[in-house]
Design a protein. Structure first.
Length: 392
């Protein structure tokens, strides 16, 4: 029988419990769940009933890492702890998968990357499950091929992250600078920020207008509009919120010779007869519309989500197969998020890469005045099996 990877999970709240169930239910055949860790004692009873008595429960993550019961660890804790716990895994030569985002600020993620480089024996992945989505994989293939020239404009409106006040009240750490380090950009949008740069590349300038607690009683951002510029002069806009009751997910990429649109309906490609540059220079009509053809885009239809990421991780550990996302790649989307926050904090445009020390100093100012929720906050673990964001 092929070797099984003994898996431990730190944090069995919303995301961690889902991952635990996937492994126990046989959806990740390279793994066997042997241990979980959570500081909430109420999760011990749930673990025993749902995961089985053979899965050891720890109320201390380090104790689990030192137990000898695991070969690999999945970190599904609040964001600030992601780099710290990943580093502890690496120091013990335990393979590690980190939930998104990679961390709260790039300085801590850069430290995590440095430790990862010191431990080449560790397979280090990040839970960017939206990279498994066939429409985003195909969009990247089209854009990166260069067939349609350079990017001219990107627009992503991702406003279907609606959350109620009850959601924000469901955890003492949620939507606070001290507990979470940000709002919609840190919690809901890491996937889109990762996909945006994965498909289109990183911009060089960012300017953001951000509202803090506009739609909810929270201290972090719940409404964001960002403008970016790329090195080639292209521009982009990214709009997101948790306050639109019936939001939109539409990602448009305008290139020299094509327009690409990703929505819930799938992927649309309009191919121009010539480049826009050639058309505008040669056309003898002021209002003429450039001839274009709607192209039927074929994909493989696969959208394996979390299972795909975990199973690729298992394949990398056992058979040297490629990861969906190396953990080191997590800094890119976070750099975008930090740049948006820094621009809003300072009220001006910022350049990438950002001044990481300045961002951390600004973040610490907000942590120092962060609200401390009372112990009467109801702790809730929700079923997130059908809530991943992105085109279906």
């Amino acid at each position: 029988m092929e070797k099984k990877i003994r898996l431990g999970i730190i944090g069995i709240g919303n995301m961690g419990s889902g991952h635990a169930c996937r492994v126990v239910d046989g959806e990740c055949p390279d793994f066997v769940l042997t241990a979980v860790a959570d500081i909430n004692p109420a999760r011990k009873d749930w673990a025993a009933k749902r995961l089985g008595e053979n899965v050891a429960f720890f109320d201390n993550a380090i104790a689990m890492l030192d137990s000898g019961l695991i070969d690999a660890c999945l970190v599904a804790t609040p964001h600030y702890d992601h780099p710290t716990l990943a580093i502890e895994c690496m120091k013990r030569s335990l393979h590690v998968m980190v939930e998104k985002p990679a961390g709260v600020y790039t300085k801590q993620v850069r430290e995590m990357m440095e430790v990862a480089d010191q431990h080449p024996e560790v397979i280090f992945g990040l839970m960017f499950n939206q990279r498994t989505n066939h429409v985003y994989r195909k969009a990247r293939e089209i854009v990166q091929s260069g067939k349609y020239g350079q990017i001219r404009r990107t627009n992503w409106i991702i406003t279907d992250w609606y959350r109620t006040q009850y959601y924000y009240d469901s955890g003492a750490w949620r939507a606070t600078w001290a507990g979470e380090g940000g709002g919609v950009l840190l919690n809901q949008c890491p996937h889109q920020l990762d996909l945006w740069q994965w498909i289109c590349g990183m911009p060089v300038k960012v300017q953001t207008h951000m509202k803090f607690g506009k739609w909810h009683d929270i201290e972090v951002e719940d409404d964001v509009t960002t403008y970016v510029e790329y090195e080639n002069g292209a521009t982009g806009v990214f709009v997101t919120t948790t306050g639109d009751a019936h939001g939109t997910n539409r990602f448009e990429i305008m290139m020299d010779k094509a327009k690409l649109v990703v929505t819930y309906g799938g992927i649309e490609l309009k191919e121009f007869s010539v480049t826009e540059q050639e058309w505008t220079a040669t056309c003898k009509e002021g209002f003429a519309c450039m001839p274009a053809t709607d192209i039927q885009v074929e994909t493989d239809g696969k959208n394996e989500q979390h299972n795909g990421v975990i199973n690729a991780w298992g394949g990398a550990i056992l058979r040297g197969e490629p990861l969906i996302a190396d953990g080191r790649e997590g800094i890119n989307g976070l750099m975008l998020s930090n740049a948006m926050h820094l621009s809003a904090f300072l009220g001006k445009e910022v350049e990438l890469p950002i001044d990481e020390d300045l961002f951390y100093e600004e973040l610490k100012k907000r942590i120092a005045t962060s609200r401390h929720k009372t112990t009467t906050v109801e702790a809730v673990v929700a079923d997130l099996s059908n809530t991943f964001g992105g085109a279906k």
